[in-house]
Write a protein that binds this ligand. Structure first.
Ligand code: DGL
Length: 262
């Protein structure tokens, strides 16, 4: 089974992509909805939560872990990689690679949670990846709660997105990294507000591409993953709202099981 976790529903953007590209692979998802958001918390707390989240998935038989959360990827990836024996994937380097491929004017915008932006990881990796890259970052702390609340298309959300994107728009970014797995749920309102011609890089799409390539390169590990098109969804708090968004986003019935965090 492929184990995927996020602080809440954002990682479902990775689930959707995985089900599109690798529909046979069994997966188990954990959304830490009781403790979301992570992006406003300290590094220590995020690392502790991420370790617990991964352990829940491993206890249920996950053979690989995808950290479907930029915040946890930014601050906890190294710790998870060291601690667990299974392959661990994060969402940041695949998005960086894609942004560097796409950029023409070398002006790249990054939006994410406060923890992700404060980690400066995107800026560091983008600048290491290519010379003369200019990076413009904006923390957008209100977007995760708005998505978790299901306010995907409200006037208020549109106004907030516009306000967050304004400084990046004035810098004429040609490529914008959606540096939070919740943000693809807002793609339709982000695109017109940053500019029709700006390339959006979706970390969910990029991590799945990376994972597909990994499976090709590692047939032994691929063979260990069960392929019966099953999906299991766990959450630390189960609510009707979570259920609704999950079913809408995945276009299927989703049965949520509540699990206690360790
Ligand atoms: N989806 C998570 C991310 O990619 C949200 C983080 C949060 O809970 O603040 O960063």
């Amino acid at each position: 089974m492929v184990g995927i976790f996020d602080s809440g529903i954002g990682g479902l953007t990775v689930v959707r992509e995985l089900q599109k590209k690798l529909p046979k692979y069994d997966l188990i998802y954990f959304g830490d909805t009781a403790r979301t958001p992570y992006g406003t918390k300290s590094k220590e707390t995020i690392v502790k939560y991420a370790l617990e989240d991964a352990q829940i998935l491993l206890n249920r038989g996950a053979k690989v872990i995808i950290i479907a959360c930029n915040t946890a990827s930014a601050v906890a990836y190294e710790t998870l990689k060291e601690k667990f024996k299974v392959p661990v994937f994060e969402v940041i380097t695949p998005a960086v690679r894609r942004a560097l491929e796409l950029t023409q004017n070398k002006r790249i915008g990054v939006i994410g949670t406060t923890a992700t932006i404060n980690s400066s990881i995107y800026e560091k990796l983008l600048k290491e990846g290519r010379e003369k890259i200019e990076v413009f970052s904006a923390a957008c702390p209100l977007l995760v709660p708005l998505v978790e609340e299901g306010w995907l298309d409200t006037r208020e959300t549109k106004m907030i997105v516009k306000k967050y994107l304004h400084p990046l728009r004035t810098k004429s970014v040609g490529t914008l990294i959606l540096g939070c797995t919740h943000y693809p749920l807002l793609k339709k309102i982000i695109q017109p507000r940053i500019g029709k011609r700006v390339n959006l890089v979706d970390s969910a799409e990029e991590v799945v591409k990376e994972f597909q390539q990994f499976l090709k390169d590692n047939p032994k590990i691929d063979a260990e993953l069960s392929k019966t098109s099953q999906a299991k969804y766990l959450a630390s708090d189960v609510s009707a709202r979570f259920q609704n968004i999950a079913e809408k986003w995945l276009s299927k019935k989703v049965e949520l099981e509540r699990v206690d965090v360790l």
